[in-house]
Design a protein around this ligand. Structure first.
Ligand code: NAG
Ligand code: NAG
Length: 309
């Protein structure tokens, strides 16, 4: 069987996603990075405002969250709105037209899912800012982006703790590339205004943890699923799962299970919200080797305790 060229899948995805990815590669500029950050902040901002419109303080309390938590969610919402206006002004300051809010489909029906999704979005936000940092040219923007990054990281820690997950599961957060973040954001985005223009990013076929995987620990077998995307195993090639980390990805073998599903295992050294892509080559996590993903995998346990055992 032959694999569908990723570019075909990308074009199929692009029509429903936030920007209109350019087919040719071009260098990412600081304005692109600001637009990219603003795109993510719009999504988060809208998410919290919608959630707070959907659910009352009483709804939160019925779901087991207290009044302090509810008030802090309002503060988080305010932070995201402020990030949107900050980035909007920064873009206007360099005579660029800031991207506008898109329409989104979050699929949230209860408070628990709202909080769980908020936590995942904050984690992705941290990895997005971290991954973009090295591409920023203008020093002043690095400080500005850093000051948002630390806040997103506190949001993430707070939301994790409120769900009885470790707020600090390991010593490093993982950076994610533009296309990886775009892949994770795209499923939430229904459409964007034409005027938003093009960002030089593309989405890979999405990859999701199969719902049958619960309480995932180090060395556990997991099943990943490209739900809704036709991805077939390329002929004569091995498959790997690449787990993102700041010191470079960890590669573990993956097997094709048919029906868009891949089986692989959780390597040591990954805890908390972790990211894994399927690749066609060992030691290659660049865009030409990636078949699908990232998938988000929550790995139980904390790194320090595991190391000291
Ligand atoms: C708000 O409610 C609508 C309608 O039920 C739902 O589609 C949407 O995902 C919800 N959004 C959030 C962030 O809770
Ligand atoms: C309210 O919930 C937060 C977050 O889970 C927790 O840190 C805090 O201790 C709780 N406060 C009270 C008064 O129970």
């Amino acid at each position: 069987m032959k694999v569908l060229p990723t570019s075909v899948l990308v074009l199929a995805t692009a029509s429903t996603s936030l920007a209109h990815p350019t087919p040719e590669k071009r260098a990412i500029t600081d304005v692109d990075i600001l637009q990219y950050a603003l795109t993510l902040e719009h999504l988060e901002d809208r998410f919290y405002r919608e959630g707070l419109a959907n659910f009352t303080k009483e709804d939160f309390m019925e779901a087991g969250f207290n009044e302090t938590f509810y008030n802090n969610i309002k503060e988080v919402s305010y932070d995201e709105t402020t990030h949107v206006s900050f980035l909007t002004k920064a873009l206007q300051g360099v005579n660029a037209a800031p991207v506008a809010e898109c329409t989104y489909a979050f699929g949230i029906t209860d408070v628990k899912t709202f909080v769980a999704t908020a936590s995942i979005l904050e984690g992705v936000g941290v990895s997005a800012y971290l991954g973009a940092a090295a591409s920023i040219m203008e020093k002043a923007y690095i400080t500005a982006a850093g000051s948002i990054l630390t806040l997103e990281s506190r949001h993430s820690a707070y939301l994790r703790a409120a769900q009885h997950q470790s707020p600090l599961p390991q010593a490093f957060d993982a950076p994610l590339g533009f296309n990886q973040v775009y892949t994770l954001a795209a499923p939430f985005i229904k459409s964007c205004p034409e005027s938003n223009g093009m960002l030089p990013v593309k989405a890979f076929p999405m990859l999701m943890l199969d719902a049958s995987n619960l309480n995932i620990m180090t060395n556990a077998w997991i099943t990943l699923d490209t739900k809704g995307y036709v991805v077939e195993k390329p002929a004569d090639c091995e498959l790997y799962a690449a787990w993102a980390s700041v010191t470079g990805p960890t590669f573990v073998p993956a097997t094709w299970e048919g029906n868009g599903k891949f089986k692989t295992s959780v390597p040591p050294g990954f805890h908390g919200q972790s990211y894994v892509v399927i690749t066609t080559k060992r030691d290659c996590m660049t865009d030409d080797c990636v078949i699908a993903g990232p998938a988000i995998v929550e790995v139980q346990g904390v790194q320090g305790t595991e190391m000291m055992r």
